[in-house]
Every structure is written in structure tokens, then in C-alpha cells.
Design a protein around this ligand. Structure first.
Ligand code: PMP
Length: 356
């Protein structure tokens, strides 16, 4: 006899993180390449002297700071160990066995894995030929068992973003008992004024009596804290209460909480970094398009190259040039925008490929 684990997990692929290859430039995980700010490192070092104590499980100080910043009551904010954990908690909070989660595909790879692990069914709605979310097809795919749907905005890995008017028309047609989760992991890199700020959008929905819009944000990307794991959800009191029920106690650690607060103190400097990344994104895209690549306009800190069957060969070519990108076999490659010299190294590899 050996231990019995769930048989259905045997066939489930594990989440595949972006690779780190010694000596190569990593543009595979949508991290910010610049290191943490000295003020954040100092705050973490000071807090480390108290790490024999459990963290504040409710993240009260961080939640209060976020409530002030966002202009929402504290009981509409829940924190989590990275927003990926909140994705799982939201599914756990809304779905019993057989209930359905709906999401665009291709999108964030954790959606199908977490949905399966929680025991919910999943519906994947293909993107349009322009690599955008197909909101009409998503509406058409909703069934009486649909409990939650993800709107990844901007979408990982394609970088495309849903505009305010389209989101409004979409949410107006989603049944009230389906939670619309706007995943804004890359929000700080959006520069199209027609793309909504999810929290402001949610507030207008709440004012109209629609409580079924939730927003996910993270400190991993623009705030440069991927290694510490902290994200948050903004949702109705009822959803936040349910999130707290499924929360694993103490899962946002003390150093992550302190670093997130110190990052909010340094927000101006961090947003300046984001603007530099956005400028680089424009340069990288322009040069790729000039070299003959199809590159959908991106609102995130990465670009998408829909290379289809040539994706893995492109990945190997980049690796040979000491650049690690993220390949999705048969579909495309996602390339994070790094520091200018990192982007130059990638562009040199990409141009060598198109010259072949
Ligand atoms: N949502 C999206 C769309 C993402 O791309 C990611 C990270 N790749 C996450 C959520 C999770 O980020 P984290 O758990 O680091 O907050």
C-alpha cells in the first residue's frame, strides 16, 4: 500500500515558471529588471529583526494604506500571498464541485490549473484573430453553472487590453450571480486612456448596485516585489468576507507586508520606472515590426510574438543568444521588457532570426 493522492492530479501539468539560465538575460517572467529600491531593502532589513513573530494575518496596516490610496473602504480589500493565491481563493470562494470558471485562452496559465485543483469545471474561450479577448464569445459561453470569469486586463501573454466602453457593455450583460474578476497584474504599464482603471470601474458598477465585479492587483510587477509574494483583491464586502474564510492564516509574510508599505511610500519613483519600461516597450515593438515580426500592440511590460509552430525554434535561437524568453509551444513567445541593454540583446537575437 502506498499513500493515495488524487488520481486526477497525475495527468495535471505543474505550473511551469520562466527559466533562469546562468549567464543569460532573463526576459521570461515579466519581472522588473531594476533591483529593489534602497528604502524598501532598509525597511525589510529592519523588519527582519522581528521575524521570530507571526505576521499580522489581516495585514491591517497595508490594507488601510491601500484603502486610502484607492478610495475604497478597508472591508473591500483582501490581501494574499501574490495575486495568484487570490485567483485560487476567489475560485474556492465561489465554486463548488461542478461549477464553472470561464476565462479567455490563451491567458494566464494558472487559471486552468487552479480551477482544476479547486475541483471546478473550466471553459476556455479562444482569443480573437487579433489576440484580444473575445467578449461576445465569453458572454455566449456563460451557463447557469458559471460562477466566476476572468478578464485579464491587459492579457498575459498577448498584452492586449479591453477598453472601458467594451467592458461596460460586457459587464452589463453578465448575470449578477457571476463574479467578474478583472486581473490587473500589469495595470501600471497601461498608457491607453481608453483602458479602464479596474478599481474606478468597479466603483461605478457598485454605485449602480452591481456587486459582482472584483479587481486583482499585485506588488510583483511594477512594484518589483515578485520574490516576496503580495497581492490584493478589491471586491464587495461579501466576496472579501468569503476570501478571508478561505485564506490560509499568516500567508502574507511580515517582510512582504513591510516591503509593500515601503513601496507605496516610494510610489512616485516606482511609477517613473514603469514609464521608462513603457517607452522601451514602444521601441522594442517598433524595431520588431520593422524586422518583420507580427507584434500585437501591448499595454503590459512584455510583447507577444505569435510565431505558431516556429515558437520553440525561436526560443532555442534566443537561448543560443543568451536571452531567455517564455515560449508557449505551437502558439507564441512572450518577451518581457527589461533594461535598455537587455532589450538590445533580445533585439539583436530577434533580428538575427528574421535575417535567417
Ligand atoms: N495574474 C496575471 C495575469 C499574471 O500574469 C500573474 C503573474 N504572472 C499573476 C496574476 C500572479 O502574480 P503574483 O502572484 O506574483 O502576484
Amino acid at each position: 500500500m502506498s499513500v493515495r493522492t488524487r488520481a486526477d492530479l497525475d495527468a495535471l501539468p505543474s505550473y511551469v515558471p520562466g527559466k533562469t539560465v546562468p549567464g543569460a538575460i532573463k526576459l521570461a517572467s515579466n519581472e522588473v529588471s531594476a533591483g529593489p529600491l534602497p528604502s524598501v531593502v532598509r525597511a525589510v532589513a529592519e523588519a527582519a529583526t522581528a521575524m521570530n513573530r507571526y505576521p499580522d494575518t489581516g495585514c491591517v496596516e497595508l490594507v488601510d494604506r491601500l484603502a486610502d490610496k484607492l478610495g475604497v473602504p478597508a472591508d473591500r480589500i483582501a490581501t494574499g500571498s501574490g495575486s495568484v493565491t487570490l485567483c485560487q481563493q476567489l475560485i474556492q470562494a465561489t465554486c463548488a464541485d461542478g461549477d464553472e470558471v470561464l476565462f479567455p485562452w490563451r491567458s494566464f496559465e494558472a487559471y486552468p490549473l487552479l480551477t482544476h485543483v479547486v475541483g471546478a469545471a473550466q471553459t476556455r474561450v479562444p482569443l480573437t484573430s487579433g489576440h484580444e479577448l473575445d467578449l461576445d464569445a465569453m458572454l455566449a459561453a456563460i451557463t447557469p453553472r458559471t460562477r466566476l470569469l476572468f478578464v485579464c486586463n491587459p492579457n498575459n501573454p498577448t498584452g492586449t487590453a479591453v477598453r472601458t466602453a467594451d467592458l461596460e457593455a460586457f459587464v452589463a450583460r453578465v448575470p449578477d450571480d457571476v463574479l467578474v474578476v478583472i486581473d490587473e497584474a500589469y495595470k501600471e504599464f497601461v498608457d491607453d486612456p481608453h483602458v479602464p482603471d479596474g478599481v474606478e470601474f468597479a466603483k461605478t458598477q457598485w454605485e449602480q448596485g452591481r456587486d459582482n465585479v472584483a479587481v486583482l492587483r499585485t506588488f510583483s510587477k511594477a512594484y518589483g516585489l515578485a520574490g516576496l509574494r503580495v497581492g490584493y483583491a478589491v471586491a464587495s464586502e461579501r466576496v472579501v468576507e468569503a476570501l478571508r474564510k478561505v485564506y490560509v492564516p499568516f500567508s502574507v509574510n511580515a517582510l512582504a507586508q513591510v516591503a509593500a508599505i515601503a513601496s507605496l511610500d516610494a510610489e512616485d519613483e516606482l511609477m517613473e520606472r514603469c514609464r521608462a519600461i513603457v517607452a522601451e516597450r514602444g521601441r522594442v515593438r517598433d524595431e520588431l515590426v520593422a524586422a518583420g515580426f507580427e507584434v500585437p500592440p501591448s499595454q503590459a511590460n512584455f510583447v507577444w510574438l505569435p510565431l505558431g509552430e516556429r515558437t520553440l525554434a525561436f526560443n532555442d535561437h534566443c537561448l543560443a543568444h543568451k536571452v531567455v524568453v517564455r515560449a508557449f509551444a505551437g502558439d507564441g513567445a512572450r518577451v518581457t521588457i527589461g533594461e535598455p541593454e537587455e532589450n538590445d540583446a533580445f533585439l539583436a537575437a530577434a533580428k538575427a532570426w528574421s535575417a535567417e
